[in-house]
Design a protein around this ligand. Structure first.
Ligand code: 8IG
Length: 272
């Protein structure tokens, strides 16, 4: 059976299998916190602690290699200074890859099955607030799921009030009081929004636009984890700035943000 067939035959059983494989291969029975690294965040986990094991995602049951360059296909076990075990998922599957929602949330369900009580979701996204220069990290306070789908199937009525932990957002602001908050709208992509779609997102209350996170957050809440989300605004969303941003500028801003977001992540995780 292929990884995809295995995953689709029973997603929760596949997550338990993946967690058992991770426990076996890392030698760590229970992980405490899971970290999903989005674009721009690939190097941000290095200050969290010491990597004790690195697995290639495609060897873990139900996972497949990511198709986007810049999304590292590894799963790492990291030991923090205060003894927490972090599971760092560098292998996000995006909805636009067409592998289905079960594949999108498999990493999150695996993290829950591996024992993680906290889920840290990071992403790179477009910003609607002109004050957010490329390279600005923004806390996610809530989301709008524009994918027209859900990771939950059947009559699974999960409450999403306060989905993004107010407690952990407060911890993040203790680390960096200048952090702003925003509402993240998940579009399906893979195309970016038109300026009209960005205005629509603004009218319905979004201030961040991207192609991930919301579906994973829902699966995380369903699995009983405390969810924290943080975006790196890598560009102003289409039509927000009168001046088109140069790709070079965006990359530079992202690079410049590296040390700040690395330190931020490590300090937030230390406070959990
Ligand atoms: I990086 O402007 C990044 N990812 N949907 N829109 C959407 N996704 C993104 C964007 C953006 N920038």
């Amino acid at each position: 059976m292929s990884h995809t067939e295995f995953l689709n035959s029973d997603p929760f059983n596949a997550a338990r299998d993946a967690a058992a494989y991770i426990a076996e291969e890392t030698g760590v029975d229970t992980h405490d916190v899971a970290l999903v690294l989005g674009s721009g965040w690939g190097d941000a986990a290095h200050l969290i602690g010491q990597t004790t094991a690195t697995l290639s995602a495609d060897e873990v049951p139900g996972f497949s290699s990511p198709s986007v360059v810049g999304h590292v296909g590894t799963i790492r076990s990291v030991l923090t200074k205060d003894g927490k075990r972090a599971l760092v998922l560098g292998a996000r599957t995006h909805y636009y890859e067409g592998k289905g929602v079960r594949a999108v949330v498999h990493g999150v369900r695996t993290a829950a099955a591996a024992g993680c009580k906290t889920l840290v979701l990071t992403n790179g996204c477009g910003g609607l607030n002109e004050d957010w220069n490329p390279g600005t990290p923004v806390l996610i306070s809530d989301h709008i799921n524009l994918t027209a789908t859900s990771p939950l199937e059947g009559a699974t009525f999960v409450d999403l009030t306060d989905l993004y932990s107010a407690r952990i957002r407060a911890l993040a602001r203790e680390v960096d009081p200048s952090l702003d908050e925003g509402v993240y709208a998940q579009f399906t992509g893979p195309h970016y929004e038109t300026p009209a779609e960005v205005q629509y997102a603004k009218h319905i209350g979004a201030s961040l636009v991207g192609m991930s996170t919301a579906l994973e957050a829902i699966a995380g809440r369903h699995a009983g984890m405390e969810v924290f989300g943080i975006s790196l605004v890598t560009n102003l969303a289409a039509g927000i700035s009168p001046v088109p941003l140069s790709h070079e500028e965006v990359l530079e801003a992202g690079e410049a943000a590296g040390p700040r977001i690395s330190k931020l992540l490590a300090e937030i995780i230390a406070k959990l």
